[in-house]
Design a protein around this ligand. Structure first.
Ligand SMILES: C[S@@+](CC[C@H](N)C(=O)[O-])C[C@H]1O[C@@H](n2cnc3c(N)ncnc32)[C@H](O)[C@@H]1O
Length: 461
């Protein structure tokens, strides 16, 4: 196939999308470790609010269990370990009679030793010595605990990383997406053929020494006729595709299917709180059928896929779960705080001028919005935000950004995607107005989000 980029060279053959996706993500996590959070923040990598909501939920569940039941929790795909640290903080705080926290055994599981090295160095976790352990476990590995032993399984933003095949329906036939990685040879130092071998073998120790290259990969796409009969949960997938309109690329998160089967096997049949996973993707069939909605995303070289939540729910049922809850993540956290909330970024995105601003001016607006919120918001934790300037930021804005960052309160909103409640935003309406936010912008930020891609919670029991 003609790539249309004559200067690009191939790093391998066309393969079903999931094959290359899994391969590059393995290289991404295996070479970057906790440095991944320089590429993106997640809802749990700095903020505490989702973790607190989960802890409150789990605490209520544990109170219904006989006191002799061991409380074994596993988190799959742990990043910097902040979710575990904040959940354990909260459980310790609310468990005033010592009925839950002292019985807890929380295992942070990840398939990257680099990531686990970062977790082990996380001082916030060390405060919970004795209550947690780390384990080098691949979420795709069917083992990892005694069957029927776990009280709870958790994951945040792992399904989008796992193997995802992509289907398109056209006139009653199904077609699967194939990918081919291409790169400009000049990006690579040293002999190109040797590099291709290192890339194909995922030789992490050598690849770590190369200047960043994953974000330079160009993905060529093609579709081939397929039959899903022999795919995992092929019958469920076939039936699901009946609800999908023609020519809509539909992610089939087969790696996530594996985690559901695994969770079902490892969770305690009576006492468990189930498997709760958070991720971003399509919440309903209507969202799946939105023309032009994205189905994959590239972050600094990491290849992620949107999660097809309706299909995961259907597969969960076929895997044996009988209770399934699916909702926007904001609704889950908002319920726990008993008021509507949004991420700070969503507020900024609703500023009337944001569409016409240069990216560095959006950075300035973000920091000024943070500063306004920080006059009221008080985090239970101290933190200092890193805010690297974008390449190309002019000197004037660079200086302003450095000054604004320096002045940020250490007890302020911890992150650009951190949750802020409606009352916290309303409390600083005046300074927000000065920054140009109008009443209708604030209202719109909190109104029902019907975007085709949303952060969602799926709990299966
Ligand atoms: C996007 S990060 C999310 C990290 C963390 N949960 C958060 O939300 O901040 C994905 C994490 O999952 C891990 N991961 C990816 N694939 C995995 C697999 N097959 N088994 C176990 N961990 C995996 C990565 O190493 C990384 O720590």
């Amino acid at each position: 196939m003609n790539s249309g980029h004559s200067e690009l060279a191939s790093l391998g053959d066309f393969q079903p999308a999931d094959v290359w996706q899994v391969h590059v993500n393995h290289i991404f996590y295996g070479t970057k470790g906790p440095g991944i959070h320089q590429h993106f923040q997640t809802y749990v990598s700095r903020d505490h609010r989702l973790a607190y909501a989960l802890a409150d939920h789990f605490f209520k569940h544990c109170e219904t269990l006989p006191t002799e039941v061991p409380l074994l929790v596993q988190e799959w795909g742990v990043g910097n370990g902040n979710l575990a640290a904040r959940m354990l903080d909260r459980l310790k705080e609310i468990d005033t009679e010592g009925r839950v926290y002292p019985r807890l055994s929380y295992t942070l599981c990840d398939y990257s030793q680099e990531i686990l090295n970062g977790v082990e160095a996380n001082p916030d976790l060390q405060a919970h010595a004795g209550r947690y352990a780390t384990a080098l476990i691949d979420a795709r590995d069917p083992e990892g605990a005694e069957p029927g032993s776990l009280t709870w399984v958790l994951s945040n933003e792992i399904w989008d990383d796992l193997a995802t095949r992509v289907l398109i329906k056209s006139q009653g036939m199904l077609f699967e997406e194939y990918l081919q990685p291409l790169i400009e040879p000049a990006v690579i130092q040293g002999d190109f053929d040797t590099f291709v071998r290192q890339f194909q073998n995922a030789d992490l120790d050598v690849l770590k020494t190369h200047p960043p290259f994953l974000d330079q990969i160009v993905w060529e796409r093609a579709f081939q006729r397929t039959d899903v009969g022999d795919w995992p949960f092929g019958d469920v997938v076939n039936k699901h595709m009946e609800s999908i309109d023609d020519d809509i690329p539909t992610p089939v998160n087969v790696g996530a299917f594996g985690t559901l089967e695994k969770a079902h096997r490892l969770l305690h049949p009576q006492h468990s709180a189930g498997y709760t996973g958070f991720d971003y993707g399509m919440l309903s069939t209507a969202h799946l059928n939105r023309v032009g909605r994205p189905y994959f995303k590239l972050y600094g070289g990491q290849y992620t896929s949107m999660v097809n939540f309706p299909l995961l729910a259907e597969v969960g049922q076929a895997a044996g779960f009988s209770q399934i809850e699916l909702e926007p993540q904001h609704a889950y956290v908002g319920r726990s705080l008993e008021e509507p909330l949004i991420s700070l970024l969503e507020l900024v995105q609703n500023h009337p001028k944001v569409g016409e601003m240069a990216p560095w001016d959006v950075d300035v607006l973000m920091l000024e919005t943070l500063q306004a919120l920080n006059t009221h918001y008080r985090s239970p934790y101290t933190s200092k935000m890193d805010y690297p300037t974008l390449p190309g930021t002019p000197k004037k804005q660079r200086k302003l950004i450095a000054q604004l960052v320096k002045n940020l309160s250490t007890r302020g909103v911890p992150d650009t995607v951190a949750y802020v409640t409606e009352s916290e935003v309303r409390a600083v309406e005046k300074p927000l107005r000065k920054l140009g936010y109008r009443e209708k912008d604030i209202q719109r930020s909190f109104s029902l989000n019907d975007a085709p891609i949303q952060f969602c919670r799926l709990t299966l029991r």
